[in-house]
Design a binder for this molecule. Structure first.
Ligand code: UT7
Length: 332
């Protein structure tokens, strides 16, 4: 048996920064409301014709490869988490594989929204533990801003979602080495319509029509309040599950990196776990909520800022559309 360890992390966000004041010109909102209710001051949105999910994820992957000291040709497999692939089909993993010149290695897409990166990490971890692959590129990348209804009607979602890409290189190590201790995955499809993008769905005669476009069913729809209430409960459960499985106490966590959906959610979890500020990493203030890209971007930034050191106990947790939620506990 082997264990998997994160060897390097990288990220990329589009150059265009969108401030709350800019959003106030598009919809009935304000800098004060957004900061008070979400903690977000600015976010990055893609520029059409410049940024793609593929080229952003390529940049993030190259950074992760360099930091890991791993060459592209050493990668055995790609797991790509996104709900916003460049094409409706196939997925984004194959596009990245081609761009990085990774021959004919397998490329798998994971569509689990905000929990996508942790689902992808868990899949990659299993492949490494069984000995099937030695080095896997795990990516989370999204362009969410093109799915947003930037009118008053869509304002509660439009102010939080953003674009970007993050990547991690997972490598096989001996079981006595630091690495991923456990991953925990959950879902509850009953709540799918509380946060979803209905179209272009396949179960209709014509996937795209003027009528459908005008109905607004291509926009991301979120019942923010409902999602918030479930998120705070599930985050706590899945973090506790990871701690219990490995017989750790919450006080032993060196750094908690949660999916960045709303600063109030992160602060609630921090308070429940009684963790000091230095043990919690938040970047929602200037990155917004980048769905599957959030956790790898946050990990990459935390590492850059010297907030993650070898041997640290890191707890990752996410909650989002599906509903799906997940956690991972690892020794860096
Ligand atoms: O990443 C995937 C998982 N997603 C999440 O975890 C998101 C969880 N939900 C949230 O973060 C919050 O629910 C939101 C940020 C989306 C909304 O904040 P909220 O504090 O739950 O606001 P609300 O939906 O309860 O709305 C409160 C009021 C309403 O007005 P009335 O009915 O009280 O007059 C809304 O119309 O705030 C209004 N409102 C806004 N006002 C200014 C909603 N969005 C905005 C806005 N600007 N952008």
């Amino acid at each position: 048996m082997k264990k998997s360890r994160i060897l390097g992390v990288g990220h990329y966000v589009p150059e265009r920064t969108v401030t709350n004041d800019e959003l106030s010109q598009l919809m009935n909102t304000s800098n004060e409301w957004i900061i008070e209710r979400t903690g977000i001051e600015s976010r990055n949105w893609f520029t059409p014709g410049v940024d793609t999910v593929t080229n952003m994820s390529k940049k993030a992957s190259e950074m992760a490869l360099e930091r890991a000291g791993v060459k592209a040709e050493e990668i055995d497999f790609i797991v790509f988490a996104t709900i916003s692939p460049d094409y409706f089909m196939p997925g984004n993993g194959v596009l990245l594989q081609h761009e990085l010149g990774m021959g004919t290695i397998g490329a798998l897409d994971v569509r689990n929204a905000c929990s996508g990166f942790l689902y992808a990490l868990s899949v990659a971890d299993q492949f490494i533990k069984t000995g099937m692959y030695k080095k896997i590129l795990v990516v989370g990348a999204e362009i969410q801003s093109s799915a947003l209804d930037k009118s008053d009607e869509g304002r509660s979602s439009s102010v939080i979602f953003a674009d970007g890409a993050g990547a991690a290189i997972l490598g096989a190590v001996e079981t006595d080495q630091p690495g991923i201790l456990s991953t925990h995955l959950h879902a509850q499809g009953k709540y799918v319509e509380e946060l979803y993008c209905k179209d272009p769905g396949s179960s209709r005669e014509v996937r795209i029509s003027q009528e459908l476009v005008e109905s607004g069913s291509f926009f991301l729809k979120m019942n923010g309040n409902m999602v918030f209430k479930h998120a705070v409960v599930r985050f706590m459960e899945v973090i506790q599950e990871a701690l219990d499985t490995n017989r750790y106490d919450k006080s032993e966590i060196d750094l908690l990196v949660t999916h960045q959906a709303n600063l109030r959610i992160s602060q609630y979890i921090q308070k429940q776990l009684n963790l000091p500020d230095k043990k919690v990493f938040n970047n929602i203030m200037n990155k917004g909520n980048t769905t599957a890209a959030t956790i790898p971007i946050a990990l990459s930034e935390a590492w850059e800022q010297g907030k993650i050191k070898d041997g640290d106990l890191i707890c990752l947790a996410a909650f989002g559309a599906g509903f799906t939620w997940a956690s991972a506990l690892l020794r860096w």
